[in-house]
Design a protein around this ligand. Structure first.
Ligand SMILES: Nc1ncnc2c1ncn2[C@@H]1O[C@H](COP(=O)(O)OP(=O)(O)OP(=O)(O)O)[C@@H](O)[C@H]1O
Ligand SMILES: [Mg+2]
Length: 275
């Protein structure tokens, strides 16, 4: 089902030759930080699990991981131990309250916030071992266009960019979209607009970004980049409350507007990438 292609071995190749993986691996990323990637990753995983899927969320924000905080999980064995060879992957996987699996980065991964040939190899090895066991793997990445983020995204077959309607989040979303189009030759980038104030915000924002992309992002011959609007998640005070209580919104407040929006996003993502 999932196939990993060995990347070129030179350390500098990342910038030029990703993506390296195909399969149901979805990177959840953003230009600007703090827009809701971790919140979306965790709750989207719960929504997909509720739909009967075997889901794993990998905390790919190696330097500044915080999925553990959101899920209130503090495992003894983490990705760090797997990277340094102290534990096997299976030992580091924990069950989250929402019925999905997580692989947490844990602390002590500062050395992994820079992309070295070792980090690349470790990451590839771990992904190759993981993906066959799940229907879908979500990568909760860091924000921005650092080489670690771009490498993590290069391991995914699908990219879901989280943006908010704030002008700064939009210009930063455009920046990451442009880089992914250029470096990774992405033809489809999915967009979810979080913290919207009005119905239709996300659709309008996607159309606006698409116009900028069409004008300014150099096209691959015959392969224009298409932005696909996957949904809006309204700004909802329940989100903050759930995070403060370290609970999944989908479990604590499944009927609130943001939870309903995430359930819809899961349905749409399943239809789009898991047929
Ligand atoms: N739909 C929403 N409504 C209200 N508040 C929200 C919503 N989504 C996210 N937030 C708020 O934004 C905060 C940041 O979310 P989160 O940690 O998921 O962002 P992030 O993109 O993962 O950040 P980082 O770039 O640091 O990894 C949350 O703690 C929450 O308070
Ligand atoms: Mg995060």
């Amino acid at each position: 089902m999932t196939e990993l292609v060995t990347p070129p071995s030179d350390a500098d190749a990342t910038a030029k030759s990703p993506p390296v993986a195909v399969g149901r691996v979805v990177a959840i990323t953003s230009g600007k930080g703090g827009v809701g990637k971790t919140f979306v990753s965790a709750n989207l995983a719960a929504a997909l699990a509720k739909r009967g899927k075997r889901v794993l969320v990998l905390d790919a924000d190696l330097g500044l991981a915080n999925l553990d905080v959101v899920l209130n999980l503090y495992p003894k064995i983490t990705l760090h131990d797997v990277f340094v060879g102290k534990a096997r992957i299976e030992e580091a996987i924990v069950q989250a309250p929402g019925g999905f699996s997580v692989l947490l980065a844990g602390s002590g991964l500062v050395e992994y916030s820079r992309l070295s040939p070792e980090v690349r190899q470790d990451f590839l090895r771990i992904m190759a071992g993981l993906t066959p066991n799940y229907d879908i793997v979500l990568l909760d990445t860091g924000a921005g266009i650092s080489d670690v983020v771009l490498f993590a995204v290069s391991l995914a077959s699908e990219v879901l960019v989280v943006a908010t309607p704030e002008p700064t989040a939009l210009t930063d979303a455009y920046a990451i979209i442009k880089v992914l189009a250029g470096q990774q030759k992405r033809q489809t980038i999915r967009l979810v607009v979080n913290q919207t104030a009005r119905l239709g915000d996300g659709r309008a924002i996607t159309a606006q970004l698409q116009q900028v992309v069409d004008r300014f992002v150099p096209k691959q011959p015959g392969q224009p980049l298409r932005l696909v609007h996957m949904g809006d998640i309204p700004a909802d005070p329940q989100v903050r409350q759930a995070i403060m209580r370290r609970q999944l919104l989908l479990q604590s407040m499944p009927g609130c507007p943001a939870a309903l929006a995430i359930a819809q996003l899961a349905a749409k993502l399943q239809e789009a990438v898991m047929r």
